[in-house]
Each structure stands twice: as structure tokens, then as C-alpha cells.
Design a protein around this ligand. Structure first.
Ligand SMILES: NC(=O)C1=CN([C@@H]2O[C@H](COP(=O)(O)OP(=O)(O)OC[C@H]3O[C@@H](n4cnc5c(N)ncnc54)[C@H](OP(=O)(O)O)[C@@H]3O)[C@@H](O)[C@H]2O)C=CC1
Ligand SMILES: CC1=C(/C=C/C(C)=C/C=C/C(C)=C/C=O)C(C)(C)CCC1
Length: 327
């Protein structure tokens, strides 16, 4: 009986000590996040690291490649668009780093594994992985071919599994590496007419967060993850997407270079997540805190409910033109 009591007391003492330790860690992390917002955080050096960027022929992918090259990282560039990828490589080589290119279709698991094996054998261990490639169907759900919907999930979400399975083991062996996911504000809250995109980006957010917990639980503190969630970026991918006119000055589409520079700061500061702009934390919070109807009312007022309509129209016109060309 006495032994039982002593055991229960010891367990309770450990529980209380653990609670106290958690509160200290919690306060420390809030304080350091607040300080990081106002002070310049220390940025890590990535000179000589090997950085793989997917979708490197695209707008943000190219800018990421040039920023990583500026920091002295050697590059492996993947894209399905060979010409655009080679153009990025040419620009990056001018910064004096080594650049390797591969034409890879990220919607095909086998292509990813084969290209990853080539990188391992010919170039070496990737230490920074930037999962940037992304697509959107840009059609109303009921009018969209199934394959187009599937492609969004394959490229934006499933590819993250295969990329991580291909490159994380080398990082784990060294307890050194960084996995970056370019997700989206639409991975944190949603809007109409982009069901495929939201599903894939919510998936990307969940995947990256779970991976970060996994690495922590395994005490692999040398491997970092960064989740990047931008609002509309002026790259053409969401051409036409717009909110209510009166509010466009308050939340304008982001400049691509600004978006990439902000992301780089977060990556080099080893920040786990960044919303660009910071205002995007507000719809994330209201989604969690307010009743559904309250969110619907704010969406309607801000034009968040119909923001994709002009974009979808644009895409329909483009698809019709493409069809005329091919017929
Ligand atoms: N633009 C925006 O408003 C925002 C974009 N994002 C995200 O940022 C990332 C980059 O977007 P952005 O630069 O604007 O887009 P881009 O379309 O300019 O770039 C995407 C690149 O990925 C390539 N790509 C597409 N499918 C595949 C595939 N199956 N395999 C290999 N490469 C592929 C594209 O090739 P191709 O051109 O031949 O299709 C293109 O070169 C995406 O993940 C996007 O979801 C997040 C928030 C906002
Ligand atoms: C829904 C919504 C908004 C609009 C968001 C938009 C227009 C996001 C577009 C994001 C894109 C294009 C991401 C690409 O990855 C507001 C007005 C901010 C707040 C109210 C809710």
C-alpha cells in the first residue's frame, strides 16, 4: 500500500516537473518568435551545399535557383519543361556554382526514383530539397477531366512522399539537411473553384508538419523543414484571380522576387513556417476560431468567395483556344 502511494507520488512529481518544463519551453519559443520578428535572425551559411529545386523552369523556381546560387549552393534543377529548366541553369551558372539539370515528370513516381538515383550516383547527396513545382487544374470540378484533377494531387502532394523517400535517408545518415515545401495560403484556408488545388496544398501542409514532428520525435535536430505559404504571386499561374477592388491595395498580389526573398530569409533562419504576407495568418485564425457562417460573411465582403471566377474564365478561354489549335 505504502509502495503504491510512493509510486503514485513520484509519478505525479514527474508529471508536474514535465508540465513546468513544457511551460518554460512554450514561453521561450513564443519569446524567441516575437524577437525574431523584430530583430534580424541569424542566417545559416549554405555555401557548398547541394540544393535540388523542382519546377526550376517556372517563375518562382528560377528565382529560388538564383537565390540559392547567390548563397553559394550547387544546384540540381528538375522540371518537366526542359528548355525553361536549361535557361534557369544557364542563369545560375553565371553566379559561379555547379548546376545539373534533369527533365523529370513529377506526376510519375518511377521517374522521381530514377532521377533521384542518377543524382545520388553522379552528383552526390542532396542536403537542401525545395519542393516547388506545382500545378492547378483551373476548371470547375464538374467540368474538369479526371486526369487533370488527379495530376494536381500527384504533382503538388504525392510527389512530396516520393521526393522525401528518395532524399531523406541521406540526410538522416548525416543528421544534416533541409526540406522546403512551397505550399500556399490555399493550404491553410480555402476558396471556391479550386478543389483540386486546395486538397493538394492542404495535403502538402499536413505532410510537411507531420514530417517535422517525425524528425523531432527521432531527435534528428540537424534536419530542418520550412513550409512556405504565399498569397497570390504575380507569376501568371493564377492570372485573373482577384479580390474586391477596394481591398486590392491592402492585399495586393505579391511580387515574385519579394516572395522568394522572404522565403529565403525563412529558410536560412531555419523557420518552420512562413505565411507571405503575414496578413495571411488572419484568415487562418478566423477559419479556426469563427463559426462557418461568419467566415462566409467575411469572404463575401472581401470578395474571397468569388476570387477565382475570373481566373477560371481565363483558363476556359485558354483551353478552348488550345483545342482549336490541336483540332
Ligand atoms: N503563383 C501563385 O500565385 C502561387 C504559387 N504558389 C506555388 O508556388 C509554386 C511555384 O509556382 P509558380 O512559379 O507560380 O508556377 P509556374 O507554373 O511558373 O512554375 C511551376 C513549374 O513547375 C513545372 N511543372 C509542372 N508540372 C510538373 C511536373 N509534372 N513535373 C515537373 N515539373 C512540373 C512547370 O512546368 P510547365 O510550365 O511546363 O508546366 C513550371 O516550370 C507552386 O507550387 C505553386 O503552387 C503558391 C502560392 C501562390
Ligand atoms: C479567400 C479569402 C481571401 C482571398 C484569398 C486569395 C485570393 C487567395 C489566393 C491564393 C492563391 C492564388 C494561392 C496560390 O497558391 C482573403 C480576401 C485574403 C480573405 C478572406 C478569405
Amino acid at each position: 500500500m505504502l509502495l503504491c502511494c510512493t509510486r503514485a507520488c513520484t509519478r505525479m512529481m514527474f508529471f508536474l516537473l514535465d508540465l513546468l518544463w513544457m511551460l518554460i519551453e512554450l514561453s521561450y519559443s513564443i519569446l524567441s518568435a516575437v524577437l525574431q520578428t523584430f530583430l534580424r535572425p541569424r542566417l545559416k551559411c549554405i555555401d557548398g551545399e547541394l540544393c535540388l529545386i523542382t519546377g526550376a523552369g517556372g517563375a518562382l523556381g528560377r528565382l529560388f535557383a538564383l537565390e540559392f546560387a547567390k548563397e553559394g549552393a550547387n544546384l540540381v534543377l528538375w522540371d518537366c519543361n526542359q528548355a525553361a529548366n536549361e535557361q534557369t541553369a544557364e542563369l545560375a551558372r553565371e553566379k559561379g556554382v555547379k548546376v545539373y539539370t534533369h527533365t523529370v515528370d513529377l506526376s510519375r513516381r518511377q521517374d522521381i526514383y530514377e532521377a533521384a538515383e542518377k543524382v545520388r550516383l553522379d552528383v552526390g547527396d542532396v542536403t537542401i530539397l525545395v519542393n516547388n513545382a506545382g500545378v492547378v487544374a483551373g476548371r470547375r470540378l464538374l467540368e474538369c477531366p479526371d486526369e487533370l484533377l488527379e495530376r494536381t494531387l500527384l504533382v503538388n502532394c504525392h510527389a512530396l512522399f516520393w521526393m522525401t523517400k528518395a532524399f531523406l535517408p541521406q540526410m538522416k545518415a548525416q543528421n544534416h539537411g533541409h526540406i522546403v515545401t512551397i505550399a500556399s495560403a490555399l493550404g491553410l484556408f480555402s476558396t471556391a473553384c479550386v478543389e483540386d488545388y486546395c486538397a493538394s496544398k492542404f495535403g502538402a501542409v499536413g505532410f510537411t508538419e507531420s514530417l517535422a514532428h517525425d524528425l523531432h520525435a527521432e531527435n534528428l535536430n540537424g534536419i530542418k523543414t520550412t513550409l512556405v505559404c504565399p498569397y497570390i504571386v504575380d507569376t501568371g499561374m493564377f492570372e485573373g484571380c482577384e479580390i474586391r477592388k477596394e481591398l486590392r491595395g491592402l492585399i495586393p498580389p505579391l511580387d515574385p522576387l519579394y516572395t522568394v526573398k522572404q522565403s529565403m530569409n525563412a529558410i536560412l533562419a531555419e523557420q518552420q513556417m512562413i505565411c507571405i504576407p503575414r496578413l495571411m495568418y488572419i484568415p487562418l485564425l478566423t477559419r479556426a476560431l469563427l463559426p462557418w457562417e461568419a467566415n462566409v460573411a467575411t469572404y463575401r465582403f472581401m470578395g474571397g468567395d468569388r476570387c477565382m471566377m475570373p481566373f477560371i474564365k481565363n483558363m476556359e478561354i485558354k483551353a478552348a483556344k488550345d483545342q482549336v489549335k490541336t483540332s
